[in-house]
Design a protein around this ligand. Structure first.
Ligand SMILES: [Zn+2]
Length: 87
């Protein structure tokens, strides 16, 4: 698991904007990201521990990769909906 910071996630989102991978929601906090060029598929998971956000991806990267960057947009929308639903 890698801690998400505003700096590392911003880089990942920028890279995702260039690569434009396909993001599919598997369940809340679990996403499948497909590179449309290579067809490679990876799974991204988000975890929140004591208000610190973490993410992990099963690709080779050991940093916040663009798969995580691509998923977080969908994740933020879903998390907000969940929050609204439970409020
Ligand atoms: Zn990745």
């Amino acid at each position: 698991m890698i801690e998400i910071t505003s700096a590392n996630i911003e880089k990942a989102i920028n890279k995702a904007r260039q690569t434009k991978p396909l993001v599919k929601v598997l369940e809340f906090r679990r996403y499948q990201v497909t590179n449309k060029t290579t067809g490679a598929t990876y799974e991204v998971k988000f975890t929140k521990i004591n208000n610190t956000k973490y993410a992990e991806c099963n690709c080779k990267a050991t940093v916040i990769c663009y798969h995580i960057g691509a998923s977080i947009g969908a994740h933020i929308v879903l998390a907000e909906q969940m929050h609204t639903a439970t409020a």
